[in-house]
Design a protein around this ligand. Structure first.
Ligand SMILES: Nc1ncnc2c1ncn2[C@@H]1O[C@H](COP(=O)(O)OP(=O)(O)OP(=O)(O)O)[C@@H](O)[C@H]1O
Ligand SMILES: [Mg+2]
Length: 253
């Protein structure tokens, strides 16, 4: 049973990951089709970040396996990219927007060469896609949180990543910035990328994503939002800690 590209962007099978005695993820199986914007939801400590880390190969599973575009992660060579959160980066480092995006090319440029015409074109295309061209000479420390996210999206796109994983890109940004980041995610999807995004706001989950993955140690559901956002399922997973979403029945306040 061999496949070339494989039908799935991400294939996670029977994945179990432990840091200590009880597993953070237990027997998780999810297959994500290419070209989708998928949201990972679930309560705090449910294993959302662990899921992302396991897909990237940052944490080793006890059991199970991960395939990216039909290949083991070690063999994907830049096809998968992690877009870090703000807190993970030294923002005082004196580097411009353009230089950060060019970092996406370094794995592809031989060490004895400078970036060539093609590298520069790819960087400019990536900055255009995230609408950050006008900021290309700006130091990254002088950007808003949402702009920084977009620069890291550009780095991933310049790298040629087909699969992008983001852990809570909307955390701590205002509504306008959230819209701007969502717009970039949609544009990347329109370019055929597969995006997996940890998100904690159930109120917007159905609007933002094509698929939802509901995780609390186990995978409680994967599918279109309306199939996953079932009241019974959610109350089981969130154990009553759920703030109800949508308008209350009968049209209250
Ligand atoms: N490096 C680690 N060492 C030990 N335990 C960890 C580590 N990282 C996560 N855990 C534990 O694994 C479980 C899943 O954590 P994870 O960070 O994946 O959850 P999460 O769904 O991303 O939570 P949050 O919504 O708070 O970000 C939690 O019980 C957490 O305490
Ligand atoms: Mg997390």
């Amino acid at each position: 049973m061999s496949h070339n590209a494989g039908p799935y962007a991400i294939e996670v099978e029977h994945l179990t990951v432990s840091y200590g005695p009880s597993p953070a993820l237990l027997d998780v199986t999810v297959r994500i089709e290419p070209g989708l914007l998928a949201g990972v939801i679930g309560p705090n400590g449910g294993g959302k970040s662990t899921f992302i880390k396991a897909v990237l190969g940052f944490v080793k599973p006890d059991l199970g396996r991960v395939r990216i575009l039909g290949q083991p992660v070690e063999k994907t060579k830049g096809l998968v990219a992690y877009v870090p959160q703000r807190g993970a980066v030294d923002w005082d480092f004196p580097i411009t927007v353009e230089q950060v995006a060019m970092m996406g090319r370094y794995g592809r440029i031989p060490w004895w060469k400078d970036p060539g015409r093609q590298d520069k074109d790819l960087v400019h295309q990536a900055l255009a896609m995230v609408r950050m061209e006008d900021f290309r000479h700006r130091q990254i420390g002088q950007l808003s949180g949402g702009q920084q996210q977009r620069v890291f999206m550009a780095r991933a796109l310049a790298q040629g990543a087909e699969v992008l994983l983001l852990d809570e890109p909307f955390a701590g940004v205002d509504a306008a910035t959230e819209r701007a980041i969502l717009d970039v995610l949609s544009r990347a999807r329109a370019a055929g990328k597969t995006l997996v995004v940890v998100h904690h706001d159930l109120a917007t989950a159905a609007e933002y994503f094509d698929r939802l993955i509901l995780i609390k140690q186990r995978c409680y559901g994967y599918g279109p939002p309306e199939a996953v956002l079932q009241e019974e399922l959610l109350s089981e997973v969130y154990e009553g800690k759920l703030r109800l979403f949508g308008a209350p029945a009968g049209g209250g306040a």
